[in-house]
Design a protein around this ligand. Sequence first.
Ligand code: NAD
Length: 341
Amino acid sequence: MTQKRALVCGAGGFIAYHLVKRLKDEGYWVRGADIKEPLFGATHADDFLVADLTQVENAIKALALPDNEPFDEVYQLAANMGGMGFISTHASEIMRDSSLINLHILEQARKTGAKKILFTSSACIYPEHNQKDPENPKCAEETAYPAAPDTEYGWEKIYAERLYQAFAKDYGMDTRVVRLHNVFGPLGTWQGGREKAPAALCRKVAEAQDGGTVEVWGRGDQTRSFLYIDECIEGIRRVMNGPAGLPVLNLGSEENIPINELTQMIAEIANKRIEIKNVEGPEGVRGRTSDNFLLQEKLGWQPSQSLKDGLKKLYPWIQQQVALRAIARGLFVNRQTTPQK
Ligand code: NAD
């Protein structure tokens, strides 16, 4: 059997890093592409293109193989994105960059005859009015319309979903779309402003003293569900391997938790007593969780790992990053303050 070839866009980022590793473990030849170098300078990919995919000439390079044959599978994960703090303040660059990437990669996939292409959409496409009750958010796939996402990030994603569906309808392409719900795990962004709630809260707990205070954005009773990275990758692979013509599917956890409770769960894992101080900050919708009915029906599978089990793997990694950062800062400060002879 000939080796399958996959292109993973956004391979310098969190989810795509893990996806590349999984594809390599399965025996694929993989090209990664990203505007930045792979995470920690390491990748499992056979070939890595560092290029801005908003530029059409780079999308052409990404899809071109030396033998002019098409890719068997393309995974389009590249996006200008981050947590609530980032997406609520960078609307125009998110819409511009991500829509250009989506359009160029899809068009080059069409022109080169890529056999399948999967796009990662987001739970952020769901209408705000269905997510006002933290205890009972409605996020079944069909509730996406009439569309009314609460962020421009969500509007770009719903536009891109329709773009991929239109190419499937008009050009007969095999396109697949998953709506990811808050993915977390080691190697995700944990500082700098683009990090999401689990990583940000693990960092804050790791930085806090035992008995100290941890600041949490918003009222703290807003709810979310979180999907551990391994199950996200399993789901992406299952969607890619599933039958052609699948509808857009949610891929998330149904374990919904208020953000203050999530913070206390992390503190328990860290073995620290903490006080939560709810402060003003972008809170997003009041409640959001995955609804996996359709995923289960179409693929006979859905994520099942508990949030706590996932956090038990994430927290030690973040704690280690916080410790390494402290060492690096110490070295840097010492170098700056050592008097010159
Ligand atoms: P990430 O930010 O770690 O990865 C995205 C990657 O895209 C980054 O490495 C970034 O450098 C790259 N990128 C940005 N602009 C680019 C450009 N112009 N050219 C080439 N590469 C560019 O994010 P992630 O969490 O790994 O998310 C991957 C995908 O999944 C994204 O499409 C995201 O919208 C989607 N998603 C993620 C989550 C989540 O919880 N992490 C939830 C819903 C949807």
